[in-house]
Design a protein. Structure first.
Length: 220
């Protein structure tokens, strides 16, 4: 699942009923993320924090979809544990968890090696995350080790960046960017074009090389 790959229109069972991916996605963005197994401590915190932040994902027209190779009954029991542990989850658990006991979807998404697919002892999915745009394209992927939980604020920041740069087309977001701070004008835009696109102004940074390729603006 390299960047730009079209996600297949897969079918699966989930804790919120059967899913046909394209129909379920609709015109929304999607965060699809896997965890190695149910009833694991780090994953419990991850799914809980993502559930707590469900209103923030909804503000960004983004749906969340978790994945595991465990059985559906196991997922249902685990959701009850997550809700018990994360008491600040508002109301019903907000997003589905895919059941993928055959591991076919895990292999398709590159979250598991084919030769491990039929081995329940070692056939656990990696901690992968994909941000998928409404046209079903993979726009960002993250892979975390077993020992590290994800940063939900970073996931939201990435969605903000992707949606902003899709909307404006001619900017990129620098390191540590957060909404409302300066963006960078991409090099293919000339200064004359930038003046028309950003009539309130932009800054040019002088570099020792003499190449004026760093231009920033907060007027977007």
């Amino acid at each position: 699942m390299r960047l730009g790959t079209t996600v297949p229109n897969f079918k699966c069972d989930s804790t919120k009923g059967p899913i046909q991916f394209y129909d379920w996605q609709g015109d929304s963005w999607v965060v699809l993320f896997s965890h190695p197994a149910d009833f694991t401590p780090v994953c419990t915190t991850e799914l809980g924090r993502i559930a707590v932040h469900a209103p923030e994902f909804a503000k960004r027209n983004t749906k969340c979809l978790a994945h595991s190779v465990d059985q559906l009954k196991s997922h249902v029991d685990w959701v009850n544990d997550i809700k018990s542990y994360c008491l600040d989850i508002p109301g019903e658990f907000p997003y589905p968890i895919i059941a993928d006991p055959t591991r076919e979807l895990a292999v398709q998404f590159g979250m598991l090696d084919e030769d491990q697919r039929k081995d329940p002892e070692i056939g656990k999915t990696i901690r992968a995350l994909f941000i998928i745009s409404p046209d079903h394209k993979v726009r960002l992927s993250m892979f975390y080790p077993m020992t590290m939980g994800r940063n939900v604020d970073e996931i939201l920041r990435c969605i903000d960046s992707l949606q902003l740069t899709d909307r404006l087309k001619v900017v990129a977001t620098p390191a540590n960017w957060t909404p409302g701070t300066k963006v960078m004008i991409i090099p293919s835009v000339t200064d004359a074009e930038a003046e028309k696109l950003f009539p309130k102004g932009f800054d040019k940074v002088t570099m020792p090389s003499g190449v004026n390729y760093v231009r920033t603006t907060e007027n977007y």
